[in-house]
Write a protein that binds this ligand. Structure first.
Ligand SMILES: [Zn+2]
Length: 432
């Protein structure tokens, strides 16, 4: 037991000693302008990571998601996956971070790729979401390798593309090619910025669809000779307001979604178009007088683990069928665009309990368990990879993601590197 305490102390001390290395690594990662879209500098950052991982005895692969959405010779979708085997067979723990960042946007007072260090914070686009998490996981793994060279099992670290645009050129592609499968990987930690004392178990589901109402074109001065598709769509919106939105607000979930407002079913009307398309800016004339024969609405429905995609679809179909009975000449099309099932890793699964114990040791408090209102790469690991032992855990304040003057706290990175290292030790070296 004393030896176990000694090795824990050595591991944590090794991370404290790596502070300057952690800062330099984070600044290096921020300096790659991996903007997505369009997907800049992916190969450069993958080659940088490859050099670092190779130097620590990892077998490294770079994988291009050839022909995935967004992939082109000008903007190839590169990913890097490193694996290091232990001294004996055992389970594999995988740390997955996305390498892409969102556009810079306005309002910055710092250089978005400069990595300025001030008052214990590192500034830059992607510092919080999620190059700080990637750097912390690398330092955690390296400290573990230094202090526990005889571990059993395997460790993987990946830097993947395109999370900010759906992950199809990143984790989805890798999962389709066997990199995330229960045979290869048993535990996944995604160091997204969820605050260092929170464990994110999963996310709500998504159902996107397009509704189209039909009409008949006629002269605008004699609308009674046609049939206005926009009025039909107005009836759809009215029925949603009357019956659907109140019903959604009443569907509460046991999922610990944050923020609190998302602890229910929600639906966003993403867009609504009817009649003639908007005039080009350089056209100075009038629109023509016609009755619109088509109106289209895109809806973005977020659903709960207590609901199914069939129920969600059924609610919309019920509204449309009701209007078909009530309104003369009402016809519609319903096209499903995208669906992601909700997922929530069990609180008693090994990766969750190991991370919870590590948070108690490092931060001297119980973790908070949360679920994300929107999806992230866990969706692909869950659905394509059939891997249900996955969490998001990492440094950084979630609210800073995608904001101007985004930063990550150095102490937060140190603390979460310690949590990740202790989780790794718990999962791979439970006895020594
Ligand atoms: Zn992210």
């Amino acid at each position: 037991m004393d030896a176990r305490i000694d090795s824990q102390t050595a591991l944590l001390a090794r991370i404290d000693a790596a502070r300057d290395d952690l800062v330099a690594l984070t600044r290096d990662l921020i300096a790659f302008p991996t903007l997505n879209p369009p997907g800049e500098a992916y190969l450069d950052i993958c080659e940088y990571l490859e050099r670092r991982f190779s130097g620590r005895g990892f077998a490294v692969e770079k994988v291009r998601a050839k022909d995935a959405p967004g992939d082109s010779d000008r903007y190839p979708r590169w990913n890097v996956i490193a694996r290091r085997e232990g001294n004996a067979p055992g389970q594999c723990v995988h740390f997955n971070s996305h390498i892409d960042v969102v556009e810079v946007g306005r309002g910055w007072t710092k250089d978005p790729f400069g990595g300025a260090v001030e008052d214990g914070k590192i500034y830059g686009r992607g510092s919080c979401d999620m190059k700080g998490g990637l750097a912390a996981s690398i330092i955690a793994v390296e400290a573990f390798l230094d202090t526990h060279p005889d571990f059993a099992g395997a460790i993987e670290i990946s830097g993947t593309a395109d999370e900010e645009t759906g992950g199809y050129g990143g984790v989805a592609y890798l999962a389709e090619h066997g990199y995330f499968s229960p045979e290869r990987v048993q535990h996944v930690i995604i160091p997204e910025p969820l605050n260092k004392d929170r464990i994110c178990l999963g996310h709500r589901g998504v159902w996107w669809a397009e509704i189209e109402t039909h009409g008949r074109i006629a002269h605008g001065s004699m609308p009674f000779l046609g049939d206005c598709a926009v009025r039909h769509m107005g009836a759809v919106v009215a029925e949603m307001e009357r019956s659907l939105f109140p019903a959604l607000a009443n569907k509460r979930t046991d999922m610990p979604v944050v923020p609190e407002g998302a602890r229910q079913s929600t639906m966003n009307i993403n867009s609504l178009h009817g009649g003639q398309t908007e005039r080009p800016k350089d056209y100075t004339g009038f629109p023509a007088a016609v009755v619109p024969d088509s109106a289209r609405m895109i809806i973005d429905r977020r659903y709960l683990i207590e609901e199914s995609a069939d129920e969600v679809r059924g609610e919309i179909v019920a509204i449309l069928e009701k209007l078909k009975v009530e309104r003369e000449k009402f016809t519609y099309d319903l096209r499903e665009l995208w669906q992601v099932s909700p997922t929530m890793t069990a609180k008693d699964s090994p990766v969750v309990t190991a991370t919870a114990r590590a948070i108690e040791t490092v931060l001297k408090k119980q973790p908070d368990y949360v679920v994300s209102p929107g999806t992230y790469d866990q969706k692909h690991i869950d659905r394509i990879g059939r891997m249900h032992n996955c969490i998001a855990y990492g440094p950084g304040i979630l609210d800073l993601a995608h904001q101007p003057d985004e930063y990550v706290g150095i102490n937060d990175m140190i603390d979460s590197a310690k949590v990740m290292a202790l989780s790794l030790r718990d999962l791979l070296s439970p006895a020594d």
